[in-house]
Design a protein around this ligand. Sequence first.
Ligand SMILES: Cc1cc2nc3c(=O)[nH]c(=O)nc-3n(C[C@H](O)[C@H](O)[C@H](O)COP(=O)(O)OP(=O)(O)OC[C@H]3O[C@@H](n4cnc5c(N)ncnc54)[C@H](O)[C@@H]3O)c2cc1C
Length: 291
Amino acid sequence: MMNVICKRAATIDQLQEMRGSKFVQSTLGNTFEKIKKELQDGVYVMFTGSPCQIAGLLHYLKKKPENLLCVDFVCRGVPSPGLWRNYVNFMEEKFNSKMVGARFKHKTYGYHTTTMKIDFDNGKTYYGSGRVDPYMKSFVSELASRPSCAYCAFKGLERPSDITIFDCYEYAKLTGKEDDDKGYSSIFVHSEKGKKVMEGIASEVECFSIDAEELVLYNGIMVRNSAKANKKRDEFYSLAAEMPINKALNQVAPITIKDYAIEKAKKFLYSTGTIKYIRKLKKKHTIAVTK
Ligand SMILES: Cc1cc2nc3c(=O)[nH]c(=O)nc-3n(C[C@H](O)[C@H](O)[C@H](O)COP(=O)(O)OP(=O)(O)OC[C@H]3O[C@@H](n4cnc5c(N)ncnc54)[C@H](O)[C@@H]3O)c2cc1C
């Protein structure tokens, strides 16, 4: 069974597994205990996790040792591992094969479209965006995150972490450069330690300094705000406890024929490059409306 867990990596190769967002509450197990031991042994430790996991670790350690670097991400919320298991079972039954890989934010249609990519043991591959994939749709519709995520106590610009990472969807607007749709990250640096790390990698990545408030305005509503839970969240979870995720979702937020048609059209528009122009038109329209 594919689970999302916190794991130790000591080499660049081992780090590869950690890359990419997994929209599931990750299981910590005895991670904090292990980190404490390594810190006491003088090992340099970087812990990456959700803001609440960072707060949990620092509370557990009672202080922030010099050899610990904390990186959190701006978090919309985390769905329960139980809902993820339901999805895995549903997909494995549908494809009659074990899941061997999952990417929650695959760039099938570019960085601007969140697409789930699943690899199966029988060699088949599935792609589904937040419009047609039942797990991603429940996540983006705010049906899936934990109830506590709607009242997240770990929001804000000031954080106990050294570095915060999050999406950067408005790269072109912020930098005046063309967006190649391959993806950009926004980064907040909170401490001297975080600054040193960024200075250490500055020559290897393209970095721009941007006013924090401007970054929040364009990309970071979730920096300060919790996502508002869908009114049907509890109903959805009760249903999902009894049936496969697609059937549960169908009763509260059905995926329609129109959704499938748009998904199909999107595939065509992306393969022909037309989607870039549509996005530009859409953005112009939005700016005109807000003014
Ligand atoms: C559950 C979740 C919700 C998010 N919500 C938002 C949002 O609303 N707005 C926004 O701008 N960005 C959000 N992000 C962050 C965003 O998806 C990217 O992680 C960020 O843009 C950095 O991208 P990256 O490719 O540089 O790093 P990534 O490769 O995405 O690295 C992310 C780091 O977080 C760790 N990680 C991934 N999933 C989990 C998990 N479930 N639990 C603990 N650690 C994990 C990875 O191991 C890795 O170290 C969210 C991420 C997650 C995991």
